[in-house]
Design a binder for this molecule. Structure first.
Ligand SMILES: [Zn+2]
Ligand SMILES: [Zn+2]
Length: 249
């Protein structure tokens, strides 16, 4: 606990002038006009290469496969959302920063992450067509424990950049489920069945919704969150996540 507090105080000190780079191995003063990542570290971040991934679920498609829009899984069982894009691969400095963002209250990274997400949305989706940005919600029990929803911090910062409404009230997590990271693909889907509900369907029907999460692995959380939005009559459901983790990593 004391270590956590001193880490937190250290991070608080970091945001006071001069800003030091959020990459732990770097910690040089930030030479960019805003944010908390220096230009050298920013340039080496594992930006997700465009192409080579399923446009629906975002899963990498093996290089040998002829150019295709959707992976086999999406072609046979289309998920309840139409598109997914991720800004980064979940590894190295990004993994370290996302963990700090999620578990160590490094909420000051939201703007840096929103900048990365914004780039992915502009490259892969039509940001101007979005009616509302929805964060993947946490169950109230989890929210009480953690004190904040990291996906909501991202969604708010991204919505500001896109000049779109951030809606944190129309989609709710109604079932507290065990941690996804401990489960495999099929268990993840079972675990999340009925976990989300569109509690204000009038704000969903006919809307183009951009669903935001920090990290996606199998896409099962996005699918479970999109399901009630689809059922409530959303016009389009697109997803954007900061990072894409490979399932076996
Ligand atoms: Zn740096
Ligand atoms: Zn796919």
């Amino acid at each position: 606990m004391a270590g956590r507090v001193s880490r937190l105080l250290g991070r608080l000190a970091d945001v006071v002038w001069p800003r030091t780079c959020a990459v732990e191995a770097c910690r040089r003063p930030v030479d960019r006009p805003y944010g908390h990542i220096c230009s050298a570290c920013f340039a080496t971040l594992p930006f997700h290469e465009p192409g080579g991934a399923c446009r629906i679920c975002g899963m990498p498609i093996p290089a040998k496969t002829p150019h295709t829009f959707a992976c086999e899984a999406c072609a046979t069982h289309p998920p309840p959302y139409e598109r997914t894009c991720s800004a980064m691969d979940y590894k190295g400095a990004i993994e370290e920063m996302v963990k700090n963002f999620k578990y160590n209250r490094a909420s000051w990274l939201a703007e840096d992450f929103a900048e990365m997400l914004d780039g992915a949305v502009r490259a892969h989706l039509d940001g101007a067509a979005v009616d509302a940005v929805f964060p993947v919600p946490l169950h109230p029990n989890r929210l009480r424990k953690r004190g904040y929803n990291q996906a909501a911090l991202l969604a708010r910062a991204l919505a500001r950049r896109l000049n779109r409404r951030c809606d944190e009230r129309s989609l709710a997590r109604i079932r507290d489920t065990p941690k996804q990271s401990l489960l495999d693909g099929a268990e993840r889907r079972r675990n999340l069945k009925g976990a989300f509900a569109a509690v204000r369907p009038q704000f969903v029907r006919g809307r183009v919704i951009l669903l935001i999460d920090d990290v996606t692995t199998t896409g099962s959380t996005l699918a479970a969150a999109a399901e009630p939005l689809r059922a409530a009559g959303a016009a389009h459901i697109w997803c954007a996540t900061l990072a894409r983790a490979l399932y076996d990593s």
